[in-house]
Design a protein around this ligand. Structure first.
Ligand code: SAH
Length: 352
């Protein structure tokens, strides 16, 4: 049994069943034993590989995207260049290198990294030494200036609540103790006006997910962008509006039982882009989601790959290009959503 499981069992024994979101939040973010708080899970030797760790092309193209949006919106100075959940800092490092030649961009940009993990903050500090990057635990305390935010595989790490429809009532999925072990169960059915309104067409017995902390982040981004300008670019796996139980665990690169090793497996849930777009508010235009493969092609990944392939590692560049864009790899699984002020030009990579 992991140390976190012992604590969760004790808590359920004394306080009763625990909603899935609380369980997920502890597994990922518990200050002492949380998965992200105690390790760097990214990259080839870790539990999973993210797009910026596959190839420098990813961060470079997202950096170019940010520079284009900045230019389209009148080159605000200063502005915040924010990354949510920056992992090892690789994306931001590649982005900043790619835009070093854009006149005025770097001087106007205040780099802010929103990160909770001390382990990953240390990795980010190494990757971004000399960049002037600052860290923030949330968006709340940031100065009121325009903001361009990037989030790759951030929202999937935020806890979800799960509910099942039973007629006109809903019951929440809970983690309980069953014969002394962790198990899933359901709470008592209740009327839930918010769910009823949001998921009116969902059939009896179906499971839906809410991501309250993700919606809160989207609302904070939306309020800022509507008032001051800027954009948010959200890349993740998920869909516009899906239903179903999408909670999954990964440990050592393989699927695992989400209850099996609390704190030692990565837990994720699919991102519902519609919920984020709506939480961001009516002052914003949501563009997309478009598939990551299409988005990167539109930003010029093939031209960039050709240039890089002239160097030593041609085969590696071709493999990375395929992995990031091919429909059978990350190309369709990952989707890209942009939020910009109504009236601002449609950002690059999206349909007008
Ligand atoms: N964007 C990176 C890392 C993705 S992993 C990449 O693509 O490689 C998820 C990241 O989000 C990690 O950096 C993790 O520590 C961070 N994270 C998870 N929950 C968070 C929260 N509530 N607030 C801030 N950062 C969080």
């Amino acid at each position: 049994m992991t140390p976190l499981e012992a604590r969760i069992r004790a808590r359920i024994a004394s306080e009763g069943p625990m909603p899935v979101a609380e369980f997920m939040g502890l597994c990922l973010g518990d200050p002492e034993h949380g998965y992200y708080m105690t390790r760097d899970p990214l990259g080839r030797a870790g539990d999973f590989v993210t797009a910026p760790e596959i190839s420098q092309m990813f961060g470079e193209l997202l950096g170019a995207w940010a520079a284009q949006v900045w230019g389209d919106q009148g080159r605000p100075d200063p502005f915040l260049l924010v990354e949510l959940g920056p992992g090892r800092g690789t994306l931001m490092r590649d982005a900043l290198r790619a835009v070093a030649g854009v006149p005025g961009f770097r001087a106007a940009a205040r780099i802010v990294l929103v990160e909770t993990s001390p382990v990953l903050r240390a990795r980010q500090a190494e990757a971004l030494e000399g960049s002037g990057a600052r860290w923030a635990g949330s968006l709340a305390a940031l100065p009121e200036v325009p903001l361009i935010a990037i989030a790759n595989e951030f929202f999937d790490a935020l806890p979800v609540r799960q509910f099942q429809r039973l007629g006109t009532a809903w019951r929440e999925r809970l983690v309980v103790l069953e014969g002394g072990r962790l198990a899933f169960d359901w709470g008592r059915p209740r009327a839930e006006a918010v769910l009823e309104a949001r998921f009116a067409a969902v059939p009896d017995g179906a499971v839906v997910e809410l991501c309250p902390s993700g919606e809160a982040v989207a609302a904070a981004l939306g309020a800022r962008i509507a008032a001051r300008g800027g954009a948010a670019l959200i890349v993740d796996y998920g869909c516009w509006d899906g239903i179903g139980d999408s909670l999954q665990a990964l440990a050592g690169g393989a699927h695992a039982d989400p209850l099996a090793r609390p704190g030692e497996a990565d837990l994720t849930a699919h991102v519902r882009f519609r919920a984020l777009a709506e939480a961001a508010g009516a002052g914003l235009r949501a563009s997309g989601p478009v598939p990551q493969g299409v988005f990167l092609e539109r930003l010029g990944i093939t031209a960039r790959a050709r240039v890089l392939a002239r160097g030593a590692a041609g085969a590696e560049v071709a493999a990375a290009h395929r992995r990031l864009t091919h429909p059978e790899e990350m190309g369709n699984l990952f989707q890209v959503l942009a939020l910009t002020p109504r009236g601002a030009p449609v950002p690059p990579g999206f349909d007008p």
